[in-house]
Design a protein around this ligand. Structure first.
Ligand code: NOJ
Length: 527
């Protein structure tokens, strides 16, 4: 997509990105796994939903040990998703509808099936092949202890011992995630050069930017010191965790940014699990990432004080460096918002209210596929279908993230609900989702899908959303009321009783009013 030089505001400044988890969005070839052809066939749906851009989770060649975040060849598309031609077709077809396409790149690690890692195993200790990864001798007299005490994010140790080519027990390699995801050594020039080649490869094919996986990873601390306190929570953001957020990461981002700047209009979005506002802001300085995910809103309860705190801190983190705020309620790693807010009808009502609040805020919004259908987590998947490496690595004590990755229901009255022409989807879709299919919701004026479509259209077209900035209006302690400089007011009622609406003309409410008042678990837009 060409960007006119006269366009002074970048396209992404207030964009709504739709996150596609490709295996779960739509299947075009009947194998039960979503693919790029499925996305292409549903572009009309996405256009009508009103999103500006797609973020497509990794579709590069992968043995799928971690749903594609284990990349064996970063410059090819996995046949499961349709191969390179399918990606090229999707980019062209999306651009025809004025939808931008961003891809997910994984710089922190490769797959253990990547040619480099295989070569590293075959070459001996001290070889240039090993130097692209983080191999170390073990501790203890016979080297049988891991080099340090770091745990893997997916449970168990972050080190695996290899068998050397001569058959003897050998060195250990670092994997912050699964054993099939060896960490790269970003101090090695081959690693830097190869990533730059990958960026150019996709930008030359017309992609509009990248989501960068574990963008606070990559740089490792000198000497790989032990962790002071071993914490095994998933994606924690402990700012003192030596595995993440090391100062050297910023040079890496500056190098990435230089390449991206060769392609006007291209955007980079980092996955940055960093709590401290100052340190978070460092990632979005003018010569680093354009945007970074702020997960505060996705982590907050449905309590007015917590929501206000999340919004204030997300704004405060980017303001000093002049970057754009970002908002998200869910993604493929976290429990879906309907479930987080209590599930059932109250969970859906609160998710609707939070969607209106999120879409009223200045900046960029990321909508995770299925959020627009009000899908809950599926927490009773049969054990035998679970695929998240966390399930195995935790010794079957933690079920992992599959519950938020169940395929989307499109049409019909029984699973697989038009998701696939085959008999089964890769994770089973609950039969109760019959009333949540796209088809059913298109026929219901009050559906979650209808709310999203209306909200996105108003956000895109009404002048009240145009100017950045946010002012807090006084309300009671259990409400959140914000006003944009253009004249939009958003009020969210997290209390137990109806409240009077603020002054203004009602533009949209997330649920029916009660005698002109805003009921609990409901939000409204007024101008
Ligand atoms: C973050 C991704 O969002 C997650 O799905 C993945 O498992 C890890 N990074 C490792 O790549």
């Amino acid at each position: 997509m060409t960007v006119s030089p006269a366009e002074s505001t970048p396209w992404w400044k207030s964009a709504v990105f739709y996150q596609v988890y490709p295996r779960s969005f739509a299947d075009s070839d009947g194998d039960g796994v979503g693919d790029l052809g499925g996305i292409r066939e549903r572009l009309g749906y996405l256009e009508q939903l009103g999103v500006d851009a797609l973020w497509i989770c990794p579709v590069m060649r992968s043995p799928m040990a971690d749903g594609g975040y284990d990349v064996a060849d970063p410059r090819d598309i996995d046949p499961l998703f349709g191969g390179l031609a399918a990606m090229e077709e999707l980019i062209a077809a999306a651009h025809e509808r004025r939808i931008r396409v961003t891809m997910d790149l994984v710089p922190n690690h490769t797959s253990s099936e990547h040619a480099w890692f295989r070569a590293a195993l075959a070459a001996g200790p001290g070889s240039p092949e090993r130097a692209r990864y983080i191999f170390r001798d073990g501790r203890g007299a016979d080297g049988s202890e891991p080099p340090n005490n770091w745990p893997s994010i997916f449970r168990g140790p972050a080190w695996t011992r290899i068998v050397e080519p001569d058959g003897r027990p050998g060195q250990w390699y670092l994997h912050i995630f699964a054993a099939e995801q060896p960490d790269l050594n970003w101090e090695n020039p081959d690693v830097v050069a190869d990533f730059e080649q990958t960026l150019r490869f996709w930008l030359d094919r017309g992609v509009d930017g990248f989501r960068i996986d574990v963008a606070h990873g990559m740089a490792k601390p000198p000497g790989l010191p032990d962790m002071a306190k071993v914490d095994t929570k998933m994606l924690v953001h402990d700012d003192h965790d030596p595995r993440f957020n090391n100062p050297g990461v910023h040079d890496i981002h500056r190098r990435i940014r230089k390449v991206i700047d060769e392609y006007p209009g291209a955007v980079s979005i980092g996955e940055v699990w960093v709590d401290d506002n100052v340190r978070f802001g460092e990632y979005v300085r003018p010569d680093e990432l354009h945007l970074a995910f702020n997960f505060r809103l996705a982590e907050t309860s449905f309590e007015a004080a917590d929501i206000r705190d999340a919004v204030e801190n997300s704004l405060a983190a980017v303001a000093p460096v002049g970057a754009t705020p970002t908002w998200t309620l869910s993604n493929h790693d976290i429990e879906r918002e309907v479930t987080r807010y209590g599930g059932g009808a109250p969970g859906v009502a609160r998710a609707r209210a939070m969607a209106l609040l999120e879409l009223a805020l200045p900046g960029v919004v990321f909508v995770y596929n299925g959020a627009e259908l009000g899908l809950p987590n599926v927490d009773d998947l049969p054990d035998e279908v679970l695929q998240d490496p966390v399930w195995e690595r935790s010794g079957h004590t933690e079920r992992g993230r599959d519950g938020c990755r169940v395929p989307l229901p499109w049409s019909g009255t029984a699973p697989p609900f038009g998701f696939t022409g085959g008999e089964q989807s890769w994770l089973p879709i609950p039969a109760e989702w019959a009333d949540r299919t796209v088809e059913a919701q298109l026929a219901q004026p009050g559906s979650v899908l209808a709310l999203y479509r209306t909200a996105l259209e108003l956000r895109r077209t009404r002048p009240e959303f145009a100017a950045d900035g946010l002012e807090w209006l006084d309300g009671n302690a259990d409400t959140v009321t914000v006003r944009r400089p253009g004249g939009l007011t958003c009020v969210l009622n997290a209390s137990n009783a109806p409240i009077a609406l603020p002054e203004g003309e009602l533009l949209l409410a997330s649920g029916p009013l009660a005698d002109g008042a805003l009921p609990p678990d409901t939000a409204a837009w007024l101008v």
